[in-house]
Each structure stands twice: as structure tokens, then as C-alpha cells.
Design a protein around this ligand. Sequence first.
Ligand SMILES: [Zn+2]
Length: 272
Amino acid sequence: MPELPEVETIRRFLEPAIQGCRIRSLEVWQPRLRYPVPRDLAREVSGHRIKELARRAKYLIFHLESQNWLLVHLGMSGRLRLIKPGEPRSPHDHWEMRLSHDRTLRLHDPRRFSLLLKGQGNPDLHPLLSRLGPEPLAPGFGGPEWIRALKTRKAAVKSLLLDGRLVAGVGNIYASEALFRAGIHPRRSGSRIGIARARALGSAIRSVLEEALEAGGSTLRDYRRPNDDPGGFRVCWRVYGREGEPCPDCGQAIRRIRIGQRSSFFCPSCQH
Ligand SMILES: [Zn+2]
């Protein structure tokens, strides 16, 4: 599943290639994605120039002229890539955006949890974005205001990190890794995390994401290869997916528990 660093890497790769291009046409082959692609979307965006490619959490926002924008989420298995002209369609290719300068963007998504929507005005007011918490890579993330917000929540901290309101776009892998680095048990209530540990958690979230981004930067050229899988950078996870393996800090076996239907990996001796 593309996580925030993967989405940001895709954004950084695509933006210079498509910024300033005009949308010649948008062809939707499969409108039944996570939400139905609106019938008139293709007609409405044709002819618009792409001003900017932004990101909010794991959403890509194509800012167009006249305050129009397109919202794209890659879901569980979506891949958005520049293709060579005339590349044959494969069964899971669902839409294609043809741009000026002979550029073509195509979405491939076997599981069809991705989305393509259109809006106008401020995208932050869209229902999918309006309740999102702060961006973990934005300056000031993890400061006093964030710590106060964390401490008002009684739920397990692992669930809080995943629900998007406390911090935007942090997925299961990064939540597990950040909690390990901060030494916090995934089941601990947000309200029962001390200020120093809350601060450590804020910086751990930022550092795991930044390291993954760096790893993504070094594999950026892989995105040029049409059939390469962009999901999941080869970063060395310390606890995620390592049930039964020794903790890199103390040697105790890493454990896996279920919290809110999701697997959490942690070290029973380093995290409390
Ligand atoms: Zn340990």
C-alpha cells in the first residue's frame, strides 16, 4: 500500500514532468473505483492547465486553472505513472490523462480502492480532507499544541496515530516504527503519555517518514521503469513485520498484537 513517503516521492517525481502541461483529454475506462468517478469529470477538466501537484496526507491534489482541482488517492494498490505513447492497456488500467508535451499519466489499480474526484475552491474543505490533522512533515509538527491534542485522547496511541485526526497520513508501518523509537507501548492511552515522551513520539514520526523519503529519493529512478512496484521502500524496519525476531535494541522477541483490527509490532521490554 502506498504510504505517505511513497506518495510524496511520486509527487516529487511527477510534478516537474507535468507542471504547466495542459490536459488534452482524460479517458476513464473503469469508473467504479472507491467512489464512482463522476460522469462529467473528464469533460470538465479537459483543456485545463496543471498549475501544481500538491499532497495532503496520502492524497495527491492536481491544482488546475480557475480554482479547479483533481483529487487522487492510490488506495491499496494504485500506481500512477508516466507511460510511453502507445503503451498497450492492461486489464487493471482504469484511467489515462493525456497532456500536452506528449506526456501521458495512467492509473493502474488491481484492487480498485483508488479514487479520482474533482472539486473547486479550497480542497481542504472537501469532506475527505477537512478532518485531517497536521502534516507530519510540516514545520512545527509535534509541538506543544500537538502534545495537548494527544493528551486529550483516551484511545490506544496506535489507533490515534492511524485515524488521521491527530496526524495526517501515517500508516500502519510508520506508526509501529515511530512507537518503537519513542519507547511507547502501542496500547498506551494518549492521555497517559508524559510530555517528554509525547515530544519524542512527535520527532520519531517525523524521522521515520524522513528516512523513508530519503530511501525513496534514492530509488526515484525506479519510477521511470514502467513495471516497477513503487509500494514500500526497502527501508530496514526495526519491528514492523518482525514478529518473533530479536529486538534490535535488547534482543527480546518482537511481538504482534491486534489493535483496532490492525497488526501492531512492538518490543515488550523496550516499549511501555
Ligand atoms: Zn527491545
